[in-house]
Design a protein around this ligand. Structure first.
Ligand SMILES: CC(=O)N[C@H]1[C@@H](OP(=O)(O)OP(=O)(O)OC[C@H]2O[C@@H](n3ccc(=O)[nH]c3=O)[C@H](O)[C@@H]2O)O[C@H](CO)[C@@H](O)[C@@H]1O
Ligand SMILES: C=C(OP(=O)(O)O)C(=O)O
Length: 430
């Protein structure tokens, strides 16, 4: 199993190109199941989750080809990929494939809408909470699907070959269920109105893709989305948005180590709340034509309280990284997690580096320390792993992060991007 070795203490300086967003690329790739035409996606990041989804889609009969091999399009860099689901050969998504990644469950929406049936294993993914799928099931039933859960599989069928539009009010905001219902409703008969829908930028990116494919969707990015179903969708060419979580992660790394880094291609509108919080901590954030410039010189890190919540509030996917930053703040901060009930596994690992954190229910109270000291630590989930990397960059001495396969799910060329800015960081294979 690969490890990452970091020798902390260097300020970061230079520029980091921001990759396409994992959490946008995955639903866009799944949308390729909705049409027998080719869907071309630009800026698809080279990540373990993307490769896994390619395998899952391949099992349903989706062919893919990677365009061009120009500079920065070689192995390991974001690419343009064509997906073609001309013939769906299998409407079952098996446990062996789906259990590795939560988002793979989302194939249920397009398969059901286009083929009239789907059998999809209950999902896996990061162990950050129980993560039920009740809203998906309730929402698809509202669109007139017949559903059964049998031997760990959701078995779904349309009543007479097609889903039917309806009004569905999400009892709780869910990104995944909004993606799935938006895709399913695009091919349903009649109008669907989704209320209390997720407003995340990845929802807007998927809606742009579906609209380019011929779907009739209004209101994506607000909490009411209206979808007028069409008979068929066509191919399209769509660009994956820049990764707001990768952007926020590197911004927090600079805020922690100090320095001056240009996050190339980053879009401030995708993470304004997190950027505002970083400014409160003392970082200088400057949006430019190239991206976002992040600077922190001299002055210490001010403690700031945050509470995670659905977009546009502070994202849960940046909570661990922010906690890393707060471990060296000049005072106490409170970090409250409201999305996932078990997303504090980084707390005990940060403590190995000398952080002072106590947990009280869903709130972590972080008492900043003057310095952290390097230690061996273990990655427990995707964003927790990168919080340990950030803390390791600021800690004195050597930190080894074990189980980095978690990191490879969501961070493209992390070691290369950070070492290009002066960090001492390397992967140790095996
Ligand atoms: C691949 C991807 O895009 N993953 C993101 C997506 O995950 P994901 O789409 O899984 O997260 P959701 O927005 O669905 O989850 C939000 C909350 O709703 C709950 N819930 C969800 C569905 C359901 O049927 N029943 C239910 O109770 C979840 O357990 C959680 O407590 O949004 C999360 C919240 O921004 C992010 O942390 C993940 O990085
Ligand atoms: C939790 C995440 O991913 P997933 O939903 O695939 O587990 C994440 O991207 O932070």
């Amino acid at each position: 199993m690969d490890r990452i070795r970091i020798v902390g203490g260097n300020k970061l300086a230079g520029s980091i190109p921001i990759s396409g967003a994992k959490n946008a690329a995955l639903p866009l790739m799944i949308a390729s199941l909705l049409t027998d035409d080719t869907l071309t996606l630009e800026n698809v990041p080279h990540l373990a989750d993307v490769e896994q989804l390619i395998r899952i889609l391949g099992n349903h009969g989706v062919d893919y080809s990677v365009n061009g091999r120009r500079e920065k399009q070689q192995q390991g860099y974001s690419r343009t990929i064509n997906f073609s689901a001309r013939n769906i050969v299998d409407t079952t998504a098996p446990y062996e494939l789906v259990s590795k990644m939560r988002a793979s469950f989302w194939v249920i929406g397009p398969l059901l809408a286009r083929m009239g049936e789907a059998k999809v294993s209950l999902p896996g993914g990061c162990a950050i909470g129980t993560r039920p799928v009740d809203l998906f099931l309730e929402g698809l039933q509202a669109l007139d699907a017949d559903l059964d859960v049998d031997n760990g599989y959701v078995v779904a069928k349309t009543k007479n070959g097609r889903l039917h539009g309806n009004r569905y009010v999400f009892p709780k905001v869910s990104v995944g269920a909004t993606h799935v219902l938006m895709m399913a409703a695009s091919l349903a008969k009649g109008e669907t109105v989704l209320e209390n829908a997720a407003r995340e930028p990845e929802i807007v990116n998927l809606a742009e893709c579906l609209i380019a494919m011929g779907a009739r969707i209004h209101g994506a990015g607000t909490s009411t989305i209206t979808i007028e179903g069409v008979e068929a969708l066509s191919g399209a060419r769509v660009r994956v948005i820049p990764d707001r979580i990768e952007t926020g992660t590197y911004a927090m790394a600079v805020a922690m180590t100090g320095g001056d880094v240009m996050l190339e291609g980053a879009r401030p509108d995708l993470l304004q709340t997190a950027l505002d919080v970083l400014v409160e901590t003392g970082a200088e954030i400057t949006p430019t034509n190239e991206g976002i410039r992040v600077k922190r010189n001299g002055a210490g890190i001010a403690p700031v309280d945050v509470t995670t919540a659905p977009f546009p509030a502070f994202p849960t996917d940046l909570q661990a990284q922010f906690m890393g930053l707060m471990t060296m703040a000049k005072g106490k901060s409170r970090i409250t997690e409201t999305i996932f009930e078990n997303r504090f596994m980084h707390v005990q690992e940060l403590a190995r580096l000398g952080a002072h954190i106590t947990l009280s229910g869903q709130t972590a109270i972080v008492d900043g320390v003057a310095k952290l000291k390097g230690a061996p630590v273990m990655a427990t989930d995707l964003r927790a792993s990168v919080s340990l990397v950030i803390a390791g960059l600021a800690a004195e001495g050597e930190t080894t992060v074990n189980r980095v396969y978690h990191l490879d799910r969501g961070f493209e060329r992390l070691e290369e991007k950070l070492s290009g800015c002066g960090a001492v960081i390397e992967r140790i294979s095996g």
